[in-house]
Write a protein that binds this ligand. Structure first.
Ligand code: HEM
Length: 454
């Protein structure tokens, strides 16, 4: 059969819209349609949403809201406007996977608490460490969690940690005052890492600590990189950094074994010495993997929270003034050079500034999970092997949960937040294991900042 040129042009022009439509619905046809055809026995349906183009999914729309408009939560607002609120769940396709986004308190809580169904989704477990708290599940996780919390998040260690971190904070603030202008994040990172070196392995600032800092930088860049193990890739570099870090920490660990117990009383000592109820200790690899993962979890989060505190206080001088008034009183009444964790617990306004900084900074904007078996929430299905993105920052920027949410207003904490609307540290069995540690660090930092500087 001969096709004339005219017919060919008509065919192409007629076919193009069809092809466009096919591409536009590709992921819905590929992932959602087969599930819709296989009805759930309970009649539950997939959450509403659009899964977008092949491979790309909705990543271009996501980048539009994040990088161009710089209003990340409008990605969710657009879905609410288009598909309705439902239970705060939408289907999409992001970062190469079919995904369910959750963004309301109830459904987020459901995901956090169903920890056998929704497991943390770390792509490169070998970089984080396969026996680290974030990589293990079930009973192994409960066991490790107890060790880690007992060393960094309980009143006794926090009392010691509060004392250990202050000298470097005070020195850093003095040096910033001399500099006049400085980059807040870089300087906050520097003092945070000096304190990490001191807290974890009793290291003083110097070339070894700088090397460790650079190695962590390389390691973190590889955590979510494509696992392509060839020279030049972020993943390959991260593996090398991981190896070198392990070598350095192993030397420190061996040194400690020959020292008398408790000589330095740092976190590596704590993790080496602590025993569970059966009298068992962590093995060397568990100690190393957990030091690495706690530093990963705590380093940039603590630095960012200090940076945002500086930013908000510069923008809201009335808050700085109230902070100063409270802290001057504490400063006059304190016995030694530094405040204690008991002082911190009495600093009511300072603790509200801490909470408000963490709420508005949204340092952990999302939490990722992988669905190990099909789940159902209030009539909606979450299919097996799909990813779940718990969009926690949406809770904190949503005016239905917080009045005038983008305003930095520590006084909003005069009343507790509405139930379930404050999930900065996640929830369930994996709620942040360093939540009290970061709070005490931020409060002591605010104390020294507000009593000495404008
Ligand atoms: C403002 C600062 C911080 C924020 C907003 C934050 C937020 C979070 C969130 C949302 C999770 C849950 C992740 C998930 O469910 O998958 C988490 C877990 C964790 N965080 Fe933090 N974090 C902060 C600081 C810290 C610090 C300072 C440390 C320790 C030095 C730390 C250690 C951890 C650890 C070990 C986990 C894993 C817990 C587990 O899997 O059981 N975090 N954090």
């Amino acid at each position: 059969m001969d096709i004339s040129n005219g017919e060919l042009v008509a065919l192409v022009w007629g076919g193009l819209p069809l092809l466009g439509l096919l591409l536009w619905w590709w992921n819905d046809l590929w992932y959602a349609l087969p599930l819709k055809l296989r009805h759930s026995p309970t009649g539950a349906k997939l959450p509403p949403g659009h899964m977008g183009l092949p491979f790309l999914g909705e990543i271009l729309t996501f980048l539009w809201y994040f990088k161009i408009l710089r209003r990340p939560d409008d990605f969710i607002n657009a879905k609410r406007a288009k598909y309705g609120d439902g239970v705060g769940m939408y289907r999409t396709h992001l970062f190469g996977s079919p995904t369910i986004i959750t963004c309301f308190p109830g459904v987020n809580k459901f995901v956090f608490q169903s920890d056998e169904t929704f497991i943390p989704d770390w792509p490169n477990v070998d970089i984080v460490g396969s026996s680290s708290i974030v990589s293990v599940h079930g009973k192994s996780h409960t066991r490790l969690r107890r060790f880690v919390e007992n060393v960094i998040n309980r009143p006794d260690p926090l009392r010691r940690i509060a004392q250990r971190v202050q000298p470097r904070m005070v020195a850093a603030l003095e040096s910033w005052a001399h500099k006049g202008r400085f980059k807040a994040y870089d300087e906050a990172k520097k003092v945070t890492f000096e304190n990490i070196g001191n807290l974890f392995v009793s290291l003083e600032p110097g070339p070894l600590l700088d090397t460790i800092d650079n190695l962590f930088d390389g390691l973190v860049k590889g955590i979510r990189a494509h696992p392509l193990n060839i020279p030049g890739s972020a993943y390959h570099h991260a593996r090398q950094c991981r190896k070198k870090l392990e070598d350095i920490f192993r030397v420190e660990l061996e040194k400690k074994k020959t020292q008398k117990e408790g000589v330095t009383n740092d976190l590596m000592d704590g993790l080496m010495q602590i025993k569970d109820d059966e009298g068992n200790r962590l093995n060397d690899q568990e100690v190393l993997d957990n030091i690495v993962s706690i530093v990963i979890a705590g380093y940039s989060s603590t630095s960012l929270s200090k940076m945002w505190a500086l930013y908000y206080l510069a923008k809201y001088p009335n808050v700085l003034q109230k902070l100063r008034e409270e802290n001057m009183v504490v400063s006059k009444n304190k016995t030694g050079e530094f405040i204690t964790s008991d002082d911190v617990s009495k600093m009511k306004y300072t603790n509200k500034v801490v909470e408000e900084t963490i709420r508005l900074a949204n340092i952990a904007a999302f939490v990722f999970r992988l669905t190990t078996k099909e789940a159902e929430y209030k009539g909606y299905r979450i299919p097996k092997d799909w990813r779940v993105i718990v969009w926690i920052r949406y809770l904190h920027t949503n005016p239905e949960n917080f009045d005038d949410p983008m305003c930095f207003n520590p006084d909003r904490w005069n009343e507790p937040s509405k139930p379930g609307t404050y999930q900065v540290f996640g929830g369930g069995s994996r709620i942040c294991a360093g939540n009290m540690l970061v709070r005490i660090q931020l409060a002591t930092f605010l104390h020294h900042l507000s009593i000495g500087y404008k």
